[in-house]
Design a protein around this ligand. Structure first.
Ligand code: NAD
Length: 350
């Protein structure tokens, strides 16, 4: 890493147990007077809590955020915000809700504050996604960055162990690819290593004791660091594969990442010695890919894509699309190797 460019993203982060209450200060910092609160249906109670905290600064709640931001959902939220003459948003939830906040910010130029409640890390990236007629379109734009992110680990105490595990492994995947990205840098490498270490140590503690507040804080801090890595670098084979698998076969985003990651790591790390060394340090293991597979197994992640209902016959279509689109990768990918990797991930074998 003798040459690099590091382009810092302007993100304000407020971190700490109980920091949800500070969302009011963050909204005031942005001079927002008419805030529209966003959530998924199951997180409506939390959205109402935020609305109560905001008091007269809140003009309404939209509680229909959905995975991968369907265009109809974004239209409905945008129309409601316009009717309410909202001047910004607070998005409280996981990547699905924060993704909705991003699309609304992109469309209107209005600011939003993110309150993440999973470990997926989307709040730290300028990457937006919108799904229309079954196709997910994505892009990078700084206009979608939250103006401020309030990380309250207490809000993740209710995140089920399975969702904690898969969103945590999703975050680790961001760090793994950032470590060998063409635009990695010493700052990113340091954040990635620390993020992986925190998550890999704390996720198993959460699996045993979901109410462990210290482990929750370690995971959320790790998620922040890993998300920031994704936001600052170019994605490789792993994210390309997961994007195609998710879009084409409508698979759960975080589970797909958790299953595919050890396979891509085993493929790429021999071609990325610095990334490999950082991951071995972070995971405390001689074989980083095997350690990632073990971590997934300990956390009860499904072993293979077939456990998510993927038909073996679909693998060829997935490989065709991955093959047709270029992406940055430390190891040049051949078609037979791509087919082999996908098949191993489908079977769930090492
Ligand atoms: P999610 O936001 O889809 O949430 C999953 C479910 O868990 C939802 O029903 C949600 O309401 C619930 N939930 C969330 N937090 C909870 C909590 N603390 N307690 C109880 N229930 C809770 O899941 P996710 O994995 O955070 O996000 C996935 C989405 O994020 C995908 O669409 C993915 O593409 C996107 N994503 C984007 C980026 C990016 O950089 N743009 C990065 C990562 C993920």
């Amino acid at each position: 890493m003798s040459e690099f460019v590091y382009d810092a993203l302007p993100m304000r982060v407020v971190f700490g147990p109980g920091s949800l209450a500070r969302v009011v200060d963050e909204v005031d910092r942005q001079s927002l007077r008419r805030v529209h609160v966003l959530s998924t249906p199951p997180q409506r109670d939390l959205a109402d809590r935020v609305a109560d905290l905001l008091g007269e600064r809140c003009v309404g709640v939209f509680d229909r955020a959905r995975m991968h931001v369907p265009a109809g959902t974004a239209d409905a939220a945008g129309n409601m915000a316009a009717e309410l003459r909202a001047d910004g948003w607070v998005a409280v939830g996981g990547g699905s809700t924060i993704g909705l906040g991003k699309v609304l910010a992109l469309r209107t130029g209005l600011p939003f504050v993110a309150v993440p409640t999973t470990y997926a890390g989307s709040e730290m990236t300028p990457i937006w996604g919108l799904t229309e007629a079954g196709r997910k379109q994505t892009g990078r734009d700084r206009a979608v960055l939250p103006r401020s992110v309030v990380y309250d680990p207490d809000l993740t105490l209710t995140l089920p162990v399975s969702a904690s595990a898969t969103s945590g492994l999703n975050a680790i995947a961001h760090a793994v690819e950032a470590l060998y990205a063409p635009d990695t840098s010493p700052v990113i490498a340091a954040m990635a290593e620390r993020g992986v270490r925190d998550l890999a140590a704390a996720l198993p503690m959460i699996a045993e004791h979901p109410g462990d507040g210290a482990a929750r804080a370690d995971c959320l801090r790790g998620a922040w660091l890993c998300g920031a890595c994704l936001g600052a670098t170019t994605m490789g084979l792993h994210h390309k594969l997961c994007h195609v698998l998710g879009g084409m076969l409508d698979l759960p985003h975080a589970d797909t990442h958790a299953i595919v990651l050890p396979h891509v790591a085993a493929y790429n790390l021999p071609a990325a010695p610095a990334a490999d060394a950082a991951l071995r340090r972070a995971l405390g293991a001689d074989d980083a890919a095997a350690a990632l597979a073990d971590l997934g197994a300990r956390l009860g992640v499904p072993a293979g894509l077939r456990d998510l209902g993927v038909d073996r016959a679909d693998l060829r279509r997935v490989a065709d699309e991955v093959w047709a689109n270029p992406y940055a990768n430390p190891r040049p990918v051949t078609r037979p190797e791509l087919d082999g990797l996908l098949h191993a991930a489908w079977e769930g074998r090492a």
